[in-house]
Design a protein around this ligand. Structure first.
Ligand code: FAD
Ligand code: DHB
Length: 400
């Protein structure tokens, strides 16, 4: 068995684990990242695409924003579409200058892995049988296998950044965590297509056949989602059927058409809201999807992961510099304020825009009334714009 030592052992090379490792490195703190998948897998995994200004600023300040600045698409507004008409929410004007950047999550991951490896950082890909131990003590350990060899890492802290299905959260003894969960009766079927997006900005469409979202990755690649059953079988969605359904859900009185092209990736994502509290136990700190999940309608998952680890990296750095534990102890409390704000917003966007099956149509008429209000009232539109572009990264109490 190989025995290794680091200051912070990090489980998971998603955005949370990689940003944490990079921020710690900038503070002069050593970490090792353990990831169960291959490097290729995590660098190609298609997921989120919308970065809040706070996330963009964090990546830029951390010196990993060069390609994002070049290739990211800055959007100052979004469109809400219902009753076959589009309504632009001018987020930039409503929020006094805030915007979002469309830049794929896997590109962020690629940039971070490149930066970590270039700086001599250690990432173990394809790790198997990952276990965490003794995190109630001052000497936590991470054990795993790689290519048939056994490893043991002794560390001061563990970053549990291994996503919703990881091993860190379940390793916390029963009775410590309280979980809150809401599972939605639908999912999203997402495609990537070699077709120029038919709109410069994202379109969130509420239609009687179900929700649809037009997003993009580049000026040549569209990323499009449609509401489906949570267990939808992709085999029953040949490309022609997907395009036909999408065209109907985006239709306008003015004859709007999506540009169609070869579909290069397809997947179904189920939707849930989930929070585990507190996000820490002993020397184990959960961050990102390991601690909370939001439905994707508010585009908040990746941004919350970045916000968590920004706080965690600061708290750990303060501890190494001064031995002060105050910030570490308040980690969960600080993060959860933003998490619950994002939970509410993501639930609200989801409830306003998706079609709920059954009922007598009351819900749908109520949703349309809400959409009318959000697009007609400056106060309501401002609230949406503030939440969508993201709360400032330094909320009162977060200035650490
Ligand atoms: P993850 O990205 O899940 O990273 C966790 C990492 O841990 C993974 O690399 C995983 O392989 C690794 N891991 C798991 N178990 C172990 C183990 N036992 N040992 C070692 N490593 C392990 N958000 C949006 O805002 N918009 C979207 O459109 C959107 N689409 C999504 C689509 C899908 C299919 C999914 C799953 C999520 C989507 N999200 C979206 C959410 C967003 O992608 C996540 O919030 C974000 O990935 C969170 O980052 P993370 O680092 O916390 O977790
Ligand atoms: C994308 C995903 C989202 O969940 C969202 O709300 C907006 C855009 C995307 O993948 O581009």
């Amino acid at each position: 068995m190989s025995a290794l030592r680091t200051q912070v052992g990090i489980v998971g090379a998603g955005p949370a684990g990689l940003i944490l490792s990079h921020l710690l490195h900038l503070e002069g703190i050593d970490s090792i990242v353990i990831e169960s998948q291959t490097r290729k897998h995590v660098e190609e995994r298609i997921r989120a695409g919308v970065l809040e200004q706070g996330t963009v600023d964090l990546l830029n300040q951390a010196g990993v924003g060069e390609r994002m600045r070049r290739e990211g698409l800055v959007h100052r507004g979004i469109e809400l579409r219902f009753n076959r008409r589009g309504h632009r929410i001018d987020m930039h004007e409503l929020t006094g200058g805030r915007a979002i950047t469309v830049y794929a999550q896997h590109e962020v991951v690629k940039d971070l892995i490149g930066a970590r490896l270039q700086a001599g950082g250690q990432i173990f890909f394809e790790a198997a049988q990952v276990e965490i131990h003794d995190f109630e003590s001052e000497r936590p350990r991470i054990a795993f296998q790689q290519a048939g060899a056994a490893y043991q890492i002794a560390c001061d802290f563990i970053g549990g950044c291994d996503g919703f299905h990881g091993i860190c959260r379940p390793a916390i003894p029963a009775g410590v965590l309280r979980s809150y969960e809401k599972v939605y009766p639908f999912g999203w079927l997402g495609i990537l297509a070699e077709a120029a997006p038919a709109s410069r900005e994202l379109i969130y469409s509420c239609h009687e056949r179900g929700f649809a979202l037009l997003s993009m990755r580049t000026p040549q690649i569209s990323r499009v989602y449609l509401q489906c059953r949570p267990d939808e079988d992709l085999a029953s969605w040949p490309d022609d059927r997907i395009w036909e359904e999408l065209q109907r859900r985006f239709e306008t009185a003015g004859g709007f058409r999506l540009n169609q092209g070869p579909i290069i990736q397809k997947g179904v994502t189920a939707m849930r809201s989930f929070v585990a509290e507190p996000m820490q136990f002993g020397r184990l700190f959960l961050a990102g999807d390991a601690a909370h999940i939001v439905p994707p309608t508010g585009a908040k998952g990746l941004n919350l992961a970045a916000a968590d680890v920004r706080i965690l990296a600061r708290a750990i750095a303060v501890w190494y510099r001064s031995g002060a534990v105050d910030l570490l102890q308040r980690y969960s409390e600080i993060c959860l304020r933003r998490v619950w704000r994002a939970q509410h917003f993501s639930w609200w966007m989801t409830s306003m825009l998706h079609r709920f099956e059954g009922g007598d149509g009351f819900d749908y008429r109520r949703q349309l009334a809400e959409l009318e209000h959000v697009t007609a009232s400056r106060a309501a539109a401002t609230s949406l714009a503030e939440n969508y572009t993201g709360l400032p990264f330094d909320l009162p109490g977060e200035c650490v």
